[in-house]
Every structure is written in C-alpha cells, then in structure tokens.
Design a binder for this molecule. Structure first.
Ligand SMILES: *Cc1c(COP(=O)(O)O)cnc(C)c1O
Length: 390
C-alpha cells in the first residue's frame, strides 16, 4: 500500500463542499482522550455554539457521530413508536428518505407528495394532519435534490396546531440561509457538516425541543437503535459533571466542526447568509447571460444549490466529465425524475465565493462549447461581475 493522495478538486456539487485550510489544519491536531477534561470543555463549547447556530437556546443541541442521514434517522427512531401516525411531506429525494425511515420505525406513514421542483404546500399538509391524530410532521427545509426552499415557520405552526411534533431537515440550509429554530418553534432539527458549514462529512448537529425530549423519555418502547438513542446519548453529551462512556466521540472530526463554527461566527452568521445570496445572484446572472436557465422559480430558489437546466441536445454527463477533467471541478447530476435534465451546482460554505462563480461559469461555457453548443463565456462573466460589483 501507499499513502492516499487525493487529487486537487474544487467541490461545487450538492456536498461535500470545499473545506477551508483552517478546518483541515484543525483536523490534524493531536488526538486526546474523549474523557479528558480539555475535551469535555470542547464538547460544552460545541453544544453552546450549536444552540447559537440553530438559534435554539432552549433545545438540547449535540453533534451526532455520523453524517446528516444520522440526524434524520435519530429523529425518526427516537420520536416514532410502532403504529404512530407520521405525515411526511415529500418534494424530492430527501423527503422520500424520511418516509422510508419512518416506515422502518413502524409508523403509519402518510406522505404528501409534491412535484419535484416545488416547495411544500402548507394547505395540503394541513389536510393530511386534519384527517387523524398525528405524532410527527416531517419535511425538508432545503431540498438538495431540487434546489427548493420550503417555508418552515408555517409548517411547524401547523404541527403545533394539530398536536404533532415537527421534524425539519436543515442539512443544506444551515449556514447558507436563515435557520431559526426558536422562531419556528420546531421540535427536532438536524443538519450536517459537509454542506454550508464546510467541514468534512461525518457529523450531524441536531437540536431537540423540551417537548421532543419529553416524548422520548416517555416512550412505551425502547428506541430500536442503540447508538442514536437519545436517552443513552445524553448521558454522554448531556452530563455536566460526570459523563459516562457511551461511544467514543469522533474527536478530530469535532476539532474540525469547532473550527468551522469559529470561522462562521468570526464572519458573522448574517454575513455568511448574505454572501451565499450574493454569489448566487452573480451565478444566476451569469447563467442567464449565457442563455442557460435555472429549474426553480426565484421565489423559492436556494442560493446554495442551483439546479441548472441542461439545454436540448447537450449530453449532461459529458459536461460534468469535461469540467472535472479540465478544471478539477465537481458539479452534481440530477436525481430521480431530474436525472439527465439538470446539473446541481453547489455554492456552499467555503465554495460560496466570487472565484467559484467565475470558475464554474467559465468551465461550464467551455464544456458546452466543446459539444458545439455555442455560449458567450465573456458575456456570462461580465454579467456575474456586474452583479458582484453591485
Ligand atoms: C446531504 C443531505 C442529507 C444527508 O446528509 P449526508 O451527510 O449525506 O448523510 C439529508 N438531507 C438533505 C436535505 C441533504 O442535502
């Protein structure tokens, strides 16, 4: 065997995003014991920082030791017991994954299905909640498979009105658009480190309300998975004075998350959100000038995940292969019904910079030209630059 040397890549897909040098440096610091007093102090600081990041001062916030999908699984497995009714809004791949998990937890799952590319419709969700007593309402705030933002506040309010607990997937939204757990009065909100937080994949920050915690401690049956059982987990993460061993925290990964949070607060959460909006506006202007279009209506478009429509006659996969080969640039393919029809371009975290926008526009235009689809790259860059200068 030989040491693995990854190629240089610029990550502008649906995640992971570029990891900043300061986070990479933090990951390489010496491993210490997870029960070391210094490490326990770090755990406390991360918990407080996550409360601030989510705006969830009254929620229990911890990073789960696995990627974003673990947050989803923890929410479903901890809140749902066999025969509970769960209403899941599905408007893309991740809503579908939630429904599958709720089913595996033994719940009676009712999906509210939407066309891909559309936001969750509160009226249709309300109709499903009104049919029967419901334990849980789940939806995706930022659907990474389509680039759509759904309005979380009104959906959480519906859950409250019908006595259901709300579960909100904020894997792609956290750090890129406003996430306001207290303002939404949401019950369980989870995210991941590899999208707009720009740390490597492998951790899932999660926030649980007091209502959610009471539902979990009051379960009639044991949570069916062990690692993510919140009752056990909090004996490890919760305990001021006297932590008991549950699992060994991914120590260096937590150094990385901590550093990414330090960087985010240095920049300012609002400033980071503005940066995502600004580079998205530049990218959209550049695409438009090049004669390309975005799938999603501007009213509910995500700045951090751009679904670019593949023009007629263009080979979608060949364009991705071209930009990877010639520009070391990774962009994403469409999923499900959007396969072959869109590219998914991430402007997330450390990948949300004017440099990334200019590079991606240049590379895309070159790849299209190589297929005989003439686009004016100079015009695209000029339009993006005008937007950035505004
Ligand atoms: C990426 C993503 C996930 C899953 O996160 P992983 O880190 O890939 O496990 C879940 N939900 C949404 C909306 C995502 O974008």
């Amino acid at each position: 065997m030989q040491s693995f040397q990854p190629p240089r890549r610029i990550l502008m897909g649906p995640g992971p995003s570029d990891v900043s040098p300061r986070v990479l440096a933090a990951l390489a610091r010496p491993t210490i014991g997870h029960l070391d007093p210094e490490f326990q102090a770090l755990m406390e600081e991360i918990k407080a920082a996550l409360q601030r990041l989510f705006n969830a001062p009254d929620h229990a916030c911890v990073p789960l030791p696995a990627p974003g999908t673990a947050g989803m699984e923890a929410a479903m497995m901890n809140l749902l017991e066999p025969d509970d009714r769960a209403v899941i809004a599905v408007n893309g791949a991740f809503g579908g994954r939630m429904a599958d998990m709720a089913d595996r937890a033994g719940a009676r799952v009712v999906t509210v299905d939407h066309d891909w590319g559309r936001p969750v419709d509160p009226a249709r969700v309300e109709a499903a909640l009104a049919e029967a007593p419901t334990k849980l309402l789940a939806f995706v705030h930022a659907e990474t498979s389509t680039g759509v933002r759904s309005d979380a506040g009104p959906l959480c309010a519906l859950a409250r009105r019908y006595g259901a607990l709300s579960v909100v997937d904020c894997v792609t939204s956290l750090g890129g658009i406003a996430v306001d757990v207290a303002g939404w009065d949401a019950d369980v909100v989870y995210s991941g480190t590899q999208k707009c937080l720009s740390a490597p994949p492998g951790l899932s920050p999660i926030a649980l309300s007091k209502r959610a915690q009471a539902a979990i401690t009051g379960r009639k049956t044991k949570v069916r998975n062990w690692l993510l059982d919140f009752n056990l987990l909090m004996s490890y993460w919760g305990g001021e004075g006297g932590r008991t061993y549950h699992h060994t925290a991914p120590i260096n990964a937590l150094y990385g998350l901590h550093e990414s949070l330090v960087a985010l607060f240095e920049e300012g959460q609002q400033a980071a959100i503005m940066r995502h909006a600004r580079v998205h506006a530049a990218f959209a202007a550049g695409l438009e000038a090049a004669g390309l279009s975005l799938l999603v209506d501007a009213a509910y478009r995500l700045p951090q995940l751009n679904t670019v429509v593949v023009p007629d006659g263009v080979d979608e996969a060949a364009v991705r292969a071209h930009v990877l080969k010639h520009w070391d640039l990774e962009i994403g393919a469409g999923l499900g019904p959007l396969k072959g029809k869109v590219w998914r371009v991430g402007l997330m975290g450390a990948s949300a910079t004017p440099w990334h926008v200019r590079l991606c526009l240049t590379a895309l235009c070159e790849a299209l030209a190589a297929q005989g689809h003439a686009v004016d790259a100079a015009k695209a860059l000029a339009a993006a630059d005008r937007e950035l200068a505004a």
